[in-house]
Ligand binder design. Sequence first.
Ligand SMILES: [Zn+2]
Length: 249
Amino acid sequence: MLRLLCFTAHPDDEAGGFGGTLLRYSERGIETHVVCLTPGQAATHRGPAQSDDELSALRRGEFLASCKLLKVSSAEVLDYPDGRLDRQDFHTVVADLTRRVRQIRPHVIMSLGTEGAVTAHPDHSMVALFATMAFHWAGRTNRFPDQLQNGLQPHQTQKLYYATALFTMPGRQPVSLAPTTAVIELEEREIETKIAAFKSHTSQAPLFGFFEEMVRKRRRMEVFHLANSIRPRKMETETDLFAGVEDAG
Ligand SMILES: [Zn+2]
């Protein structure tokens, strides 16, 4: 059984950044897992929520609804503070994500890119950094050895991808994206489900119009950057994140 693990920062990142890809691999029989680091309690758009706690609860539910549409095998929202991932203790968060990598034992990990995606949101950048170190350190016996005392084993994931883009946002400060090395062309049905998953985030309804128009007109693909590979290799353009992946363990 092949497994795919996706690390995100906020509820809605899974649909906006990875929705078509998550759906495709799930329908191909691959186990898909999403771990979202914050419940999104600092969002500008807050629906009927009167407090951060109410918004967190609301967005956790929206996240589960979205993941259900995307046929995600397991979906988890951690409890780190939205907007403050850059103030968290690096070692603690990486340990937390490393434990999940060792439990889930993915063959491929996806996360946002270090630039913070086209929005350059610092939380997105921090997820990339945390996920990158969890990818590397989960396989090493001398990293977080305390986790390896009750049957949990080191786990070396075969590939790490950052979501990236082939455009930047006009009128915004500069952002340097990771070059695209993998292109997932979405089918019509995958686009519709991705949009529906995004719209499960009803507290974020003011974003729906822009998102839907952008996806339908200009973003009919999801693109990625292969950041690390278990096998040394030259860069080549891929159309399958599992290309060359071996189903062992
Ligand atoms: Zn986000």
